[in-house]
Design a protein around this ligand. Structure first.
Ligand SMILES: Cc1cc2nc3c(=O)[nH]c(=O)nc-3n(C[C@H](O)[C@H](O)[C@H](O)COP(=O)(O)OP(=O)(O)OC[C@H]3O[C@@H](n4cnc5c(N)ncnc54)[C@H](O)[C@@H]3O)c2cc1C
Length: 417
C-alpha cells in the first residue's frame, strides 16, 4: 500500500512534538509517526529542567577533568562498558577535541540557541495554555569543598560574560535555599533563571494536544527505512506501507543518524544513557532542583514525585539497562539529603541523543532539499525543543531563521575525524 503525504515528522519525542506544534500553527498539518506513542520514551522521564544557563560544551564542563575518577567507579557518574569501547573510540576522540578546540564559537552558538529557547518556550507555553506547568524557582548547585567550588569558577565566568545571572552562596545561603542538606556541602551556586516543568511527559503530551488542535496528526508505526524518491522521500513502515512524503523531518532522537545517512549526512551520534528513580512527592521537602555536578546527578521536584538521577553510560542502543546505576544515585541522595525517604520509587532509563560538540543538528539534509534534521540535543532536548520547533518551521516554510543556524548544520562533521 502506498500513499502521499505533504509533510512527515519521524519521532514523537519532545523535539518531534514541538516541531509538529510549530508546523501545525503555520497551517502545514504534519503527520507524526512514532513506534511507541507521543512522548513515551526518553522525553517522558528526564530531569525536567529548562536549563537555559547550561551553555558550556560537556567536554569543557569538567567532564574531562573528572574522567579518571569517574571511570574508576563502576557505578559512578560516567561508565563505558568495555565491550562498547572500540565502537565508541571515534566519538570519544571527537569529544576530546571539542574540549580542546575553539570553545568560544561553540559557547556563543549554544548561548544564542538558549536565548531563543527561553523566548520560544515561554511563548509556546502561553499559546498552548501550559504556562501553569512551569516552575520558576531556580536551581542550586552544590560543592563539597573549596577546591571543587574554585574549579567551577571559570565556567561561571563564561556564563557571566553571556549575561547569565547567578549567586554564589556559603553554608547559611545553602540552608536558606534548601534546608536539611548534609554537612558536607560548604558552597553552592544559585541560578535564579533556571526553570523546571511540573512533569516532562505531561508537558509534552499537552503540547501535542495543542499541535493536534492546529491540525497535526499521529500514526503509531515503526519506520523501517527512508530514502530519496526523486524530489520527495519514500518511507517504508514495518507493516510494508509506503509513504511518499514531499518533506520529512527526522526527529527520531538517538536513532536519527540511521535515517540521516540515506540523505548524505554521516552524523557521529551516540547515546548517553541516563538513569533515574522517581520517588513519591512527599519523599523530601524539596524547594528547587538540586545539582550535584561532581556526582553527575540532580534531584528535581515534580508535581508527580521527586526525581533523583542523571549519570552517563556510553553503552549504545542495544545493551539492557543496568538499574544498579539508578540505585547508586539514590544511595548518594540518601547521604546528601538526610531524611529523604527512598522507598516506593520507579526506576527508568533513557537515551540522550548526543553529539561530541554538545550542539544539536538542526538543518536541511546535505543530500535533499526536502529533508530536515532535528536531533542530537544530548542533555538539553527538553530545554531546546521549542527553539528547534521554531528553527525547523522557519526552514521548512522558507522564512529567514530566528537565529543563525550554521553552527547546527548537519555537514559540520564532514571531513573531520
Ligand atoms: C536521565 C536524563 C535526564 C535528562 N534531563 C534533561 C533535562 O533536565 N532537561 C533537558 O533539556 N533534557 C534532559 N535530558 C535530555 C532529553 O531527555 C533528550 O535530549 C530529549 O528527550 C530528546 O528528545 P527527542 O525527541 O530528540 O528524542 P526521544 O524522546 O528519544 O524521541 C524520539 C522518538 O523517536 C521514535 N523513533 C525512533 N526510531 C523510530 C522508528 N524507526 N520508527 C518510529 N519511531 C521511531 C522513538 O519511539 C521516540 O519516541 C535528559 C535525558 C536523560 C536520559
Amino acid at each position: 500500500m502506498s500513499r502521499a503525504e505533504p509533510l512527515v515528522i519521524i519521532g514523537a519525542g519532545i523535539i518531534g512534538v514541538c516541531v509538529a506544534a510549530y508546523l501545525a500553527e503555520r497551517g502545514l498539518a504534519p503527520l507524526v509517526i512514532d513506534r511507541s506513542g507521543v512522548v513515551e520514551e526518553t522525553s517522558s522521564g528526564n530531569a525536567a529542567a529548562l536549563a537555559f544557563s547550561d551553555i558550556l560544551p560537556l567536554a569543557q564542563k569538567g567532564m574531562l577533568r573528572n574522567l579518571p575518577r569517574w571511570l574508576a567507579d563502576p557505578l559512578g557518574p560516567l561508565a563505558v562498558p568495555p565491550a562498547y569501547l572500540p565502537r565508541l573510540t571515534p566519538w570519544l576522540w571527537r569529544f576530546w577535541r571539542a574540549g580542546h578546540g575553539d570553545q568560544q564559537t561553540a559557547v556563543n552558538a549554544q548561548a544564542a540557541l538558549m536565548r531563543l529557547a527561553e523566548a520560544e518556550w515561554l511563548a509556546l507555553m502561553e499559546r498552548s495554555g501550559t504556562r501553569r506547568m512551569l516552575r520558576e524557582d531556580g536551581s542550586l548547585e552544590l560543592y563539597e569543598s573549596e577546591a571543587e567550588f574554585s574549579a567551577s569558577l571559570p565556567g561561571w565566568s563564561v556564563r557571566e560574560r553571556c549575561g547569565i545571572a547567578f549567586e554564589h552562596v556559603n553554608r547559611p545561603g545553602i540552608d536558606r535555599l534548601q534546608p536539611g542538606l548534609g554537612a558536607m556541602f560548604v558552597r553552592g551556586t544559585f541560578v535564579p533563571g533556571w526553570k523546571t516543568v511540573s512533569d516532562p511527559e505531561h508537558l509534552g503530551k499537552a503540547i501535542w494536544a495543542h499541535a493536534e488542535r492546529h491540525g497535526a496528526r499521529f500514526e503509531a508505526a515503526t519506520v523501517e527505512a527512508v530514502e530519496p524518491a526523486g524530489e520527495a522521500s519514500r518511507l517504508t513502515l514495518a507493516d510494508g506501507t509506503e509513504i511518499v512524503a514531499s518533506r520529512v523531518v527526522i526527529a527520531a532522537g538517538a536513532w536519527s543518524h540511521r535515517f540521516a545517512r540515506r540523505f548524505g549526512d554521516r552524523i557521529p551520534l551516540e547515546t548517553e544513557r541516563g538513569y533515574n528513580t522517581t520517588l513519591p512527592a512527599d519523599a523530601f521537602d524539596l524547594k528547587r532542583q538540586l545539582i550535584f555536578s561532581s556526582h553527575g546527578f540532580v534531584v528535581t521536584p515534580l508535581q508527580t514525585g521527586i526525581r533523583v538521577g542523571g549519570a552517563v553510560e556510553l553503552g549504545g542502543l542495544e545493551r539492557p539497562p543496568d538499574y544498579r546505576r539508578a540505585r547508586a544515585m539514590l544511595e548518594k541522595a540518601r547521604r546528601f539529603m538526610p531524611g529523604i525517604r527512598t522507598q516506593g520509587g520507579r526506576e527508568w532509563m533513557g537515551y540522550r541523543p548526543s553529539l561530541p560538540d554538545s550542539l544539536p543538528v538542526i538543518g536541511r539534509a546535505s543530500g535533499s532539499q526536502g529533508v530536515f534534521h532535528a536531533f542530537g540535543h544530548g542533555h538539553l532536548g527538553l530545554t531546546q525543543a521549542a527553539a528547534t520547533g521554531r528553527l525547523i518551521a522557519d526552514l521548512v516554510s522558507g522564512n529567514s531563521p530566528a537565529i543563525d543556524p550554521r553552527p547546527f548544520r548537519p555537514d559540520r562533521f564532514r571531513g573531520r575525524i
